[in-house]
Design a binder for this molecule. Structure first.
Ligand code: ADP
Ligand code: MG
Length: 273
């Protein structure tokens, strides 16, 4: 019989997925029988300066974050070489894979996911937490096809800025232009990423692409993109307000929530004001 690996009261089971710096496994709480997911981050693979203090601060905030569209963090454990992030198990896979297999979503389907995304983001922004690494790979689906945002606040914990992360990971497609040029507000940059996610859901392709990272960045900064012909004028009107280079002119969450296309059948869980 193989030895089961234990981390505190959690028994580690099979691997559910792999990220760039981490592995996610199913786990069982031996005291309660509860099944969770545990993200295992190799500490040597992330920047380590002042990590300890930073982790403590961020974790205490993240534990208070409770929203149906955000993957719930349960607790964080540490060993000399690893951080273990115990979280709610989410079993419906990544939104990314769903877009790939559907090619693209019809606008009603995309709207429902987008509303859930914005609702979750609004809740976190109210609590002054930015995500900074929003992309379809970080959006999971539960068994009822509800969207769950994963990795909230983790880019802060990793002390690795988004641009570095996304360059390493090779997916800078969702990065806001001001992130490329220096100082920025993580919450306003999140809104840009939400707009790109909506574009991708509706068209099945990235608005900005390039053969090199430099080319991609140039196109983002110059807003070189086109809507596929089938995108409705209502969605274009919303995206035209979000995909705006100047962060101060970009739509706010309130403006997005008041958009006529967005508002249809919107049932917020969080009252944003
Ligand atoms: P990284 O941020 O390092 O890229 P992720 O957090 O995205 O890693 O996790 C990698 C993969 O693990 C995800 O794409 C997903 O398939 C799986 N995963 C992550 N969190 C959960 C969870 N809470 N429940 C189930 N599977 C998960
Ligand atoms: Mg991730």
């Amino acid at each position: 019989m193989s030895k089961t690996k234990r981390v505190g009261k959690y028994e580690l089971k099979e691997t559910l997925g792999k990220g760039n710096f981490s592995k996610v496994k199913r786990s069982v709480n031996v005291e309660t029988g509860e099944i969770n997911a545990i993200k295992i981050v190799n500490i040597s693979s992330v920047e380590n300066n002042g990590l300890e203090k930073q982790v403590k601060r961020e974790i205490s905030v993240l534990k208070t974050i409770k929203h149906a569209n955000i993957v719930q963090m349960i607790e964080v454990l540490k060993s000399p070489n690893h951080i273990y992030i115990v979280m709610e198990l989410v079993l419906g896979g990544e939104l990314f894979d769903k877009i790939v297999s559907a090619k693209k979503f019809d606008e009603k389907t995309a709207r429902r996911y987008f509303q859930q995304l914005i609702d979750g983001i609004a809740y976190c922004h109210t609590n002054k937490i930015a995500h900074r690494d929003l992309k379809p790979e970080n959006l999971l689906l539960d068994d009822k096809d509800n969207l769950k945002i994963s990795d909230f606040g983790l880019s802060g914990i990793m002390q690795t800025n988004t641009i570095m992360l996304s360059t390493i990971c090779g997916t800078p497609h969702y990065v806001a232009p001001e992130v490329l040029t220096g100082s920025y507000n993580g919450m306003i940059a999140d809104i840009w990423s939400c707009g790109i996610i909506l574009f991708v859901m509706i068209s099945g392709c990235h608005p900005f692409d390039g053969d090199t990272v430099q080319e991609l960045f140039k196109r983002i900064e110059n807003l070189e993109f086109k809507y596929p012909p089938y995108v409705s004028k209502e969605v274009r009107a919303l995206l035209d307000k979000i995909i705006v280079v100047d962060p101060l002119k970009r739509a706010t969450l309130t403006e997005i929530m008041n958009d006529p296309w967005f508002k249809v059948d919107f049932k917020p869980l969080h009252r944003y004001e």
